[in-house]
Every structure is written in C-alpha cells, then in structure tokens.
Design a binder for this molecule. Structure first.
Ligand SMILES: NC(=O)c1ccc[n+]([C@@H]2O[C@H](COP(=O)([O-])OP(=O)(O)OC[C@H]3O[C@@H](n4cnc5c(N)ncnc54)[C@H](O)[C@@H]3O)[C@@H](O)[C@H]2O)c1
Length: 344
C-alpha cells in the first residue's frame, strides 16, 4: 500500500480554495505541490503560505506530473473543462459543486469520466459534517425505524451581491444543491420534486428573476418525504438544522454555537453568543474529513466521497425544483434512468 503523501494541485484560490489549501496543508497524508489561479498573484500568495509552486495555467499544472490529484475550486463555468483535462491526464479530481449549471454539459462529459475510470469526487462537504454523518449512520442502522420525514433548514447569513445572483444559476442550483444532496445522503432514490419560491427581501434576486426564499418538497421511492427550507438571509446567523423523523423516534441536529458559555444575570436568564458566521466556520471539520475521504479514494481504499453521478443527481433535482417553482407543478424524476434522461 502506498502511504506517501498525496501530492495535491489546487485550482482556484478564492473563498473555498483557501479552505482547501489550509485543509490539505494540515493533513499528514497530503502535500500541496501546485497552485493554479488565473490571478497569478493569488496563486503565489497561497503557495507561499501552504506550499507548492504557483502558476496561472491550471491545465499546465494538471499535465505537469507534479500532482497526484487536483481540487477544482475555480468558478463553476470552469469545472467541466478542468475535469475533462484531469481525467484525460489520469489525475483524480475533487471538484466543487455544482459540476456545471447545464445538465446537458454534465451528461456530455460523463462517457469520458466513466471510460477514464479516474476518481472524480464532488464537493458536497456537508455529508462529512460529524453531526449530519452521525445522524445518517444512525438512521441507516435502524435506530429510529423506517425514515418517514426528513426536514432540512438551510439559511445563509446574508444574500450574495446582485452580480453573483445573476450568474449563480438561481437559488436551487447554487444554494439548495447542498440540501438536495443531503436529502439523497439519506434517501438516494428521489422520485418527485415540488418547489415554490418567493422574492421577499433581496433586490438582486428581484433584478435577476431569482428567488431569495424557497421551500422544496421531495418524495422518495419509499414514500418518505423531505422538506427543504432555504433563505438567502438569516438575522440569527448561519442556520443549518436537520431532523430525521422515523417510525420509532427522531434525531435532530441543532445549530452549532460559537461558544458553550452562557450568561445569567438579574435581567437576563441566558444569553449566548450567536451561531457560526458562515460555511467556513460551521463546516471546518467537514472540509477536513472531505479531503481525508478523497485521499482514501485516490489511494483506492474504501471511501465515502460523493461521486460525479451524485453531482449530476443533485443538479437534476435542482433543475426539477426550478421547473416546479416556475410552472406550479410537481415534477417526476427518475434518477435511476441514468445520464441523458431523468426529468419527465
Ligand atoms: N462546498 C462549499 O461549501 C462551497 C462554498 C463556496 C463556493 N463553492 C463552489 O466553489 C467554486 C468557487 O467558489 P468561490 O466562492 O471560492 O469563488 P471565488 O470567486 O472566491 O474564487 C474563485 C477563484 O478562482 C480563480 N479562477 C477563475 N477562473 C479560473 C481558472 N480558469 N483557473 C484557475 N483559477 C481560476 C479566481 O481568480 C478566484 O481566485 C464555485 O463552484 C462554488 O459554487 C463551494
């Protein structure tokens, strides 16, 4: 068994790229040997801090022979071409979500990914959150009997800039996609999607015909129902909760406090600091576990990394949610039908 550190190339050094750089540098089974960003100064700064050489050209890095695997953390429209370059060069990939905003492009790349047989994992980090992973494992072990309902609440602290909303692909593909994958973590075989959206507060969403507030209902082939509640803002901070309700009980994940210290005075019984600010803080452990699972995948060991087809399934569900919200209908889906089909 090869136990030398996996040599990583990082593509994109923005918000999530910084998380991956720090996580790779902190993992004893990994080493950052290359950093690519079209803003080469950003690549240099990241390489200086976490290791590796810097380049402005991600494809050069992929083909250089200096990396055993790459993490793609550049903007979504770059993902398909970079995955293609990596599988062509037989370099395993961990790609950030979503694969692309266009299901047809995702499907067009699939034969190449499948034929190459190179690991391609998707950055659905929430599957690796210790609390969510524990609930999923306990549900799978039958602790609460058959899963009947899954409730996911996912609200960002504040809406993104209007320009970002315009290119994001909409709330379902950009934001709900994490929750749609979380639903599939528990109930892989979703057969129907209903969604409704609203413009409550965000000028950017109104300007671009998007929603800032959404509720999605999914039906699994078992009959179990999932509800996903999304908002682009939350006055209480990053709101990430989950409840699994089964025939014999219920498992719940509350928001993570930033501190375990509480206050009691003559005028206040209890006040705690607010919830975690955003994903960087809330999911720090999950990102570390995500990289660790991907390293297992690269080494050919057992791994829970979500796959390219998980990425495709989440995008298909997001498309169905978008259609449902626009047309006011429930949309049947067939995730087992495979690439090139699935939405009736
Ligand atoms: N899993 C998560 O929790 C999570 C969180 C945030 C973003 N994301 C996803 O990660 C991706 C990046 O998002 P972000 O918020 O970090 O973006 P960002 O804009 O902060 O950073 C993107 C970086 O990529 C660089 N870049 C642009 N084109 C490039 C190219 N062709 N090659 C190399 N580098 C290039 C940019 O210069 C920038 O430094 C998106 O797909 C997004 O959906 C995932």
């Amino acid at each position: 068994m090869n136990t030398s550190p996996v040599r990583f190339g990082l593509i994109g050094t923005g918000r999530i790229g910084q998380v991956h750089a720090a996580t790779i540098a902190a993992n004893p089974d990994a080493e950052l040997t290359g950093v690519a960003d079209v803003m080469v100064d950003a690549a240099r700064a990241t390489a200086q801090r976490y290791g590796g050489r810097a380049t402005a050209d991600p494809v050069e890095l992929i083909r250089s022979g200096d990396v055993d695997a790459v993490v793609i953390a550049s903007p979504t429209p770059t993902h398909v071409d970079l995955i293609e370059a990596a599988v062509e060069a037989s370099v395993p990939v961990l790609c950030e979500k979503p694969i692309d905003l266009d299901l047809a492009r995702v499907d067009a790349l699939w034969p190449q990914v499948q034929a190459a047989g190179v690991p391609v994992a998707l950055g659905f980090n929430r599957r690796f959150d210790p609390a969510f992973a524990s609930v999923q494992a306990r549900v799978a072990a039958g602790e609460i009997g058959e899963l009947e309902q899954l409730s996911i609440v996912s609200r960002d602290p504040s809406a993104p800039p209007a320009e970002y909303v315009g290119v994001s692909g909409g709330i379902f593909r950009d934001m709900s996609i994490h929750d749609l994958d979380m639903a599939r973590f528990f109930l892989p075989d979703i057969v129907e999607v209903s969604a409704t959206g609203s413009q409550m507060f965000d000028a950017g969403a109104r300007q671009h015909g998007d929603f800032d507030t959404a509720v999605i209902t999914l039906r699994a082939s078992s009959g179990a129902l999932v509800s996903i509640t999304n908002s682009r803002h939350s006055a209480v901070g990053y709101d990430q909760r989950l409840e699994a309700f089964g025939a014999r009980g219920m498992l719940q994940v509350a928001n993570a406090p930033t501190s375990l210290v509480s206050l009691s005075t003559a005028s206040v019984v209890e006040a705690r600091p607010p919830y975690q600010e955003f994903f960087l803080e809330r999911y720090a452990e999950a990102y570390a576990a995500e990289i660790a699972a991907f390293i297992c995948r690269v080494r050919g060991e057992e791994s829970a990394s979500p796959s390219y087809t998980d990425g495709r399934a989440a995008l298909l569900l997001a498309d169905a949610a978008q259609r449902s919200a626009r047309e006011g209908i429930a949309v049947p889906v067939d995730l087992r039908a495979g690439v090139g089909s699935g939405v009736s």
